[in-house]
Design a protein around this ligand. Structure first.
Ligand code: UD1
Ligand code: CA
Length: 449
């Protein structure tokens, strides 16, 4: 946006008791991505020049997720003494003196980067404290923004609010920006004389106002600022996230036959002219190229689908499944860590794990790669144009050469040369008239008894 430097501080030390979970609250996922990673991704996308997170004690898992999402510095808030106290844990980062300091909450995952731009634009225009707010028909539980003549004069927490203040419908989203020049001195002036004896970040407004500094509120839509304190709110966030993604995906030129039944992850990439049938679930790390069709009831995770490929119905692509152009993967097929080259077909009832399949190979119904012996995982390599007959077990490590055939029902334990044939099953024995004489014998036995 501007060339002003911008420190983002993501608060992630909430205990989240109302989640009734062993998992820290901010690691609960929306769109298969931890909530705290959403907040960090938002800050990064909005152009944060530095990004810090404040986490609780014994929260190594949160630190790991935060660092992976793009945070450079993690601070630990040992005692949970309130949001202002949490922000002050990042004092070394604040003291470095960014132009803008923006506080985001790790439990508020739906904020758009453009909204952060709007807040920073107010700082650039001369405000010292900017708070993002929204009007809500059900404001209970949120801090209320108290304004006077276009200025924000205070934020009152529900528990500290008078009846008149509780009637205010303008709510605090939790996102606050402070000019770097005043941030530390304002934060350090915040006390804890309130109903919860906590250091409230929200008091920054009253302090700034009292010093003759300028505090303003910027209004947005409630939906964007949904905060999560319990699982009902988590489910609401998920619903909003999915609705948004479906709308974006449709607008980008993807067909969703029944949009409400398709679930995306935050990082799902679907190119235009893909068709997605009803009841498809995308876990993290999926990319689908143009012209592909994902048929009903398929589940994809960590997978890429090439141009023009078809997947499903009822297919499962697990991490490392890479399908080339025009590949067909049919019903009840599971692929994990398997590269399937252009034009190959794996159409029915098959498990492909730790394998490569060459171009235009045909994998018959019921083929299983036996990739695991209880200790290690082994590779199966199937060459271009190979034909694996139905109901075959390929016991890895094993190679099927280019153009080779495997007879149906084989258990293949040795490599098959290019253009060769392997048949590894009991030979068929046929006895003329056996069934008729068997029936006659049994009928005689029954008549006697
Ligand atoms: C907070 C705001 C409220 C706002 C609401 C929006 C304050 C005092 N209140 O209330 O005005 O309407 O969010 O959702 O800021 N956290 C810490 N350390 C702490 C306390 C909190 O890191 O000591 C983190 C939490 O992980 C969470 C965020 O700060 O991400 C907000 O804390 P929470 O306790 O959920 O605040 P609310 O009561 O929801
Ligand atoms: Ca909250």
């Amino acid at each position: 946006m501007t060339d002003r430097s911008f420190l983002a501080i993501v608060l992630a030390a909430g205990e989240g008791t109302r989640m009734r979970s062993r998992l820290p609250k901010v690691l609960h996922e929306v769109g298969a991505r931890p909530m705290v990673a959403h907040a960090i991704a938002c800050a990064r996308a909005a152009g944060a020049t530095a990004c810090a997170a404040v986490i609780g004690p014994n929260a190594e898992a949160v630190a790991k997720v935060a660092e992976k999402a793009g945070v450079e510095e993690v601070f630990v808030q040992t005692d949970r003494l309130g949001t202002a106290h949490a922000v002050l844990q990042a004092k070394p980062a604040i003291a470095r003196g960014a132009d803008d300091v923006v506080v985001l909450y790790g439990d508020t995952p739906l904020v758009a980067p453009a909204t952060i731009d709007r807040v920073r634009a107010e700082l650039a225009a001369g405000a010292d404290v900017v708070v993002l707010g929204f009007h809500s028909p059900a404001p209970t539980g949120y801090g209320r923004l108290l304004t006077e003549g276009g200025r924000l004069v205070a934020i009152r927490e529900e528990k500290d609010a008078s009846e008149a203040e509780r009637a205010v419908d303008f709510c605090n989203s939790g996102i606050m920006a402070l000019s770097g020049r005043h941030a530390l001195s304002i934060l350090e002036a915040i006390g804890n004389a309130n109903a919860k004896s906590e250091y409230y970040l929200t008091d920054a407004v009253e302090i700034a106002h009292g010093r003759g500094l300028v505090a303003v509120a910027v209004a947005g839509e409630e939906e964007e600022f949904l905060g999560v304190n319990d699982r009902v709110q988590l489910a609401t966030c998920e619903r909003v996230f999915q609705a948004r993604r479906r709308a974006e995906v449709l607008a980008s030129g993807v067909t969703l036959i029944a949009p409400d039944t398709v679930f995306f992850a935050a990082d799902t990439v679907i190119e235009p002219d893909v068709t997605i049938e009803p009841n498809v679930v995308f876990g993290p790390g999926v990319r689908v190229a143009s012209g592909a069709r994902i048929r009903g009831f398929s589940h994809l995770e960590g997978a890429s689908v090439g141009e023009g490929a078809t997947v499903g119905p009822f297919a499962r692509l697990r991490p490392g499944a890479e399908l080339g152009r025009d590949v067909h993967v049919g019903n009840f097929v599971e692929i994990k860590n398997g590269k399937v080259a252009a034009g190959a077909k794996v159409n029915h009832l098959t498990y492909i794990g730790d394998a490569t399949i060459g171009e235009k190979a045909n994998i018959g119904a019921g083929t299983i790669t036996c990739n695991y012996d209880g200790f290690g995982k082994y590779l199966t390599e199937i060459g271009a144009g190979a034909f694996v007959g139905s109901n075959s077990s390929l016991v890895a490590p094993v190679k099927i050469g280019d153009g080779a055939y495997v007879g149906s029902g084989s258990v293949v334990t040795k490599d098959v040369p290019a253009d060769g044939l392997a048949v590894a099953r009991g030979r068929q024995t046929t006895i003329d008239g056996w069934a008729a004489s068997f029936r006659a014998k049994m009928a005689r036995a029954r008549a006697k008894s």
